[in-house]
Design a protein around this ligand. Structure first.
Ligand SMILES: NC(=O)c1ccc[n+]([C@@H]2O[C@H](COP(=O)([O-])OP(=O)(O)OC[C@H]3O[C@@H](n4cnc5c(N)ncnc54)[C@H](O)[C@@H]3O)[C@@H](O)[C@H]2O)c1
Length: 288
């Protein structure tokens, strides 16, 4: 039987859309969080964003209102991960950046501390190969926003140790998440399907067959999806969609993952979705 942690302390690498959301979730359950980012603006904005999201999550019933929030520390120093019981890596979807960071982090951490990558599609074993101890690396693919969506895709790589998986599941269960454990491979389960769907939907718009509102209306109205593929892309961030598609294309050779011209044009224009106020849809005046 594996010894479980008495108390958890979480380190989150990357204070972007997902890192801030994951930090909010943990803090909402009283878990102390160290949030690390190399970008000074992201670090400066993070405490306010976490506070706002905490309030929103409580209002929307995602987090309890009476729970004592955990403390948040924001820093650019990787040394701060040393005290963590679990590390979540949630930086930009660039394989070489992630591999370098996973390698660096593993030199600071004691053996047996799980490193969970929130990658959208880079095989866990590829990143594990960069770590000092590949057995401590696994995937935890949180959905956006992490404090509202309880289900989480947990990816066990071929070298992931049972003890690391157990510690990760222990934390996720304490955060009242509902882990679904799957095997490794480009895009795992969700993004192998979802990224292709967003790409195909954007090609439909590019080809003039339907506009974004019509595409999404068919998925919500006819298929009962909560959001259509293009609104989902806007929520994810179209820069992240393009990065994820490139990861999938490079690792599968499947042309269906080649990012559409329209997606590339939107990223080039800075229309990244909700986070910039415009993507396939317009979000001016909408809380982001
Ligand atoms: N956006 C989504 O809906 C979503 C959902 C699930 C998973 N993901 C995955 O989560 C990860 C983060 O995505 P995001 O949307 O939050 O991206 P983002 O662009 O909003 O944030 C990425 C952050 O990482 C920081 N960063 C880059 N290199 C770093 C380093 N070496 N050390 C510390 N910080 C560093 C950047 O400064 C930035 O603040 C990606 O792997 C993405 O594929 C995203």
């Amino acid at each position: 039987m594996t010894m479980m942690q008495e108390e958890h302390r979480l380190a989150v690498l990357g204070a972007g859309t997902m890192g801030v959301g994951i930090a909010t979730l943990a803090i909402g359950y009283g878990v102390p969080v160290v949030l690390i980012d190399i970008d000074a603006d992201r670090r400066a904005e993070a405490p306010d964003k976490v506070r706002q999201q905490l309030r929103m999550a409580q209002l929307m019933g995602g987090l309890r209102r009476d729970a004592q929030a955990g403390p948040l520390t924001v820093t650019d120093s990787l040394d701060a991960v040393a005290e963590a019981t679990v590390v979540v890596e949630s930086i930009t979807e660039r394989p070489e950046w992630k591999a370098k960071l996973v390698a660096e982090v593993s030199t600071v951490l004691p053996a047996g501390t799980p490193v969970l990558t929130n990658t959208s599609g880079i095989p866990v074993d590829e990143l594990a190969g960069a770590a000092l101890r590949p057995e401590d690396v696994l995937g935890a693919h949180f959905m956006n926003p992490p404090y509202l969506i309880r289900a989480i895709e947990v990816v066990r790589g071929p070298r992931t140790a049972q003890a690391s998986l157990d510690t990760a599941l222990d934390l996720l269960t304490r955060l009242e998440r509902e882990p679904v454990v799957v095997g490794d491979g480009p895009g795992f389960v969700i993004n192998r399907v979802l990224q292709r769907m967003i790409n195909e939907a954007s090609r439909i718009v590019q080809d003039g067959i339907a506009d974004p509102a019509a595409v999404d209306a068919l998925f919500t109205g006819c298929l009962g999806h909560r959001t259509g593929p293009l609104a989902t892309g806007d929520l994810i961030g179209l820069d992240n969609v393009v990065d994820s598609l490139r990861v999938l294309l490079d690792r599968t050779g499947d042309e269906g993952y080649r990012p559409s011209e329209l997606l590339i044009d939107k990223v080039r224009a800075g229309d990244l979705g909700r986070k910039t106020g415009r993507g396939f849809h317009d979000y001016q005046g909408v809380q982001r």
